[in-house]
Design a protein around this ligand. Structure first.
Ligand SMILES: *[C@@H]1O[C@H](CO)[C@@H](O)[C@H](O)[C@H]1NC(C)=O
Length: 447
């Protein structure tokens, strides 16, 4: 959005500075005869016409260009008003006094949608927030929104960077918890659009923390970090105590920055903060930019898929974690979160600060992933094996979850084949020709 605005603004400048709206601004030289001036005027208006067409073209292609992950690139969100506030309050209303009131950011996203539904089902008040950006198929996000709406969860359309909106939400609702899942995801896309990572994962997070520390009472915060913070760390399984100072992608770097920022807000303002390092989460309603998702799509289409192997011929493997297990981990983190100790921007005492791996503890090779998909889809994949480019993806992930097990009661129970079977069932249903939900192509991909 901001980029579009900048371009539009600079076009306006061009317009103002170089193409005066009235030819009168360009004073004709005194010695010019009148008809000379008319010709000049004619030329000028032609120039204006062609310039306008040119600018229109540029804007047109800009709008058609690859998805901008920035908030709703083509329109401004409206929020506020009596009706809007009523919907917000109703959605955030909990069933019992002991329930939570949770703001879920990224609620129309994959994990956000599942977590929101689980919280709502057990009686907590849930308010969603999502900017519905175009990083991937918006239709999928809209469909998730419909599911949420049916369950009584209202998803406010807006950006975590919108300070006025966030303050308004905190004014209208006293959140006991913030489940912060909004982020710019994807590892390789960071090379195409680096700023969107800083915008969402750093600036947006700070904006949310600012509103949270000012709130009275302050909410407890649980947020999505990532297993990618382990970066080039080669000691497996990854444990929370391992080094995380060698990120292999900008995505990982912004998540690592988020962990450092979270610590500072915990330290200065007494915010209770829990970071969850997710390991390759998959399942129904998943993200189309992830390998299991677009492999499924391409295998069904008979399109060749690229299977990566490591430079030394070694396996590329992931600790695939099923969405239902992740949701249990998120709820476990919310349930065990202690209260923030500050209020109105002032710390009153030390507050809880935690970080957990949420993985499955059993890495699966990408070749095995493909084999399972072939079996479930009953289609043989056309594979092209390639050495994995060094543009952000790491070779291997494996979570040590003993801390999450001990402190959150987290214990994943879904193996990859079972989880993928559920995913494939959902995929075939969601993208069946009758539902007219064509999977949109994705220019970038990630694990
Ligand atoms: C996992 O981490 C715990 C500490 O949280 C450690 O005691 C244990 O040895 C680790 N397990 C493995 C297999 O490295």
């Amino acid at each position: 959005m901001s980029l579009l605005k900048t371009v539009a603004a600079s076009h306006n400048n061009v317009d103002n500075n170089m193409l005066p709206s009235t030819p009168g601004k360009l004073k004709p030289e005194k010695y010019q005869p009148y008809n000379h001036y008319m010709i000049h005027r004619l030329r000028l208006s032609k120039l204006t016409l062609w310039s306008s067409i040119f600018l229109a073209f540029i804007l047109f292609f800009f709008i058609l260009s690859p998805p901008s992950p920035s908030p709703a690139a083509n329109r401004r969100e409206s929020w506020g008003g009596h009706h809007w506030e009523k919907r917000v309050t109703k959605s955030a209303c909990r069933n019992s006094d002991s329930g939570f009131t949770v703001l879920v950011t990224g609620a129309a996203g994959f994990i956000g949608c599942h977590v929101s539904l689980s919280l709502k089902r057990r009686g907590d008040g849930v308010l969603g927030l999502d900017n519905f950006n175009r990083y991937y198929d918006q239709n999928l996000k809209r469909s998730r929104q419909k599911v949420l709406s049916r369950a009584g969860v209202f998803v406010v359309e807006g950006d975590i960077n919108d300070a006025a909106l966030i303050r308004k939400l905190f004014d209208v609702v006293h959140f006991t918890h913030v489940m912060h899942l909004a982020a710019q995801a994807g590892v390789r896309y960071a090379m195409q659009n680096p700023h969107s990572y800083v915008h969402s994962n750093v600036a947006g997070f700070v904006n949310l923390l600012e509103a949270s520390k000012d709130a009275n009472p302050q909410p407890a915060i649980v947020w999505a970090s990532s297993s990618s913070v382990y970066g080039l760390n080669s000691k497996v399984p990854f444990s929370e105590k391992d080094r995380t100072d060698q990120p292999a992608s900008l995505y990982a770097a912004t998540k690592k920055a988020g962990e450092a920022i979270a610590h500072s807000y915990n330290h200065i303002y007494g915010l209770s903060i829990t970071g969850l390092r997710f390991f390759t989460v998959y399942g129904p309603w998943g993200r189309p930019d992830m390998a299991y998702f677009f492999f499924t799509k391409d295998i069904l289409k008979g399109k060749q898929i690229t299977v990566f192997e490591a430079a030394d011929g070694g396996t590329v493997a992931r600790d695939f974690t099923y969405i239902d297990d992740i949701v249990k981990g998120c709820l476990g983190a919310l349930d065990t979160a202690k209260r923030s100790t500050g209020s109105g921007g002032k710390k009153k005492g030390p507050a809880q600060f935690r970080i957990y791996n949420l993985g499955n503890t059993s890495p699966v090779a990408v070749s095995e992933l493909v084999r399972i998909l072939e079996k479930l889809l009953k289609v043989k994949a056309k594979k092209k094996v390639m050495v994995m480019p060094r543009n952000g993806d790491v070779q291997f992930t494996h979570a040590n979850i003993s801390r999450a097990h001990r402190e959150l009661g987290y214990m994943p129970t879904t193996d990859l084949e079972t989880g993928l079977s559920n995913f494939v069932k959902w995929y075939l249903d969601f993208y069946s020709p009758s539902t007219k939900n064509p999977a949109s192509s994705s220019s970038s991909s990630s694990w």
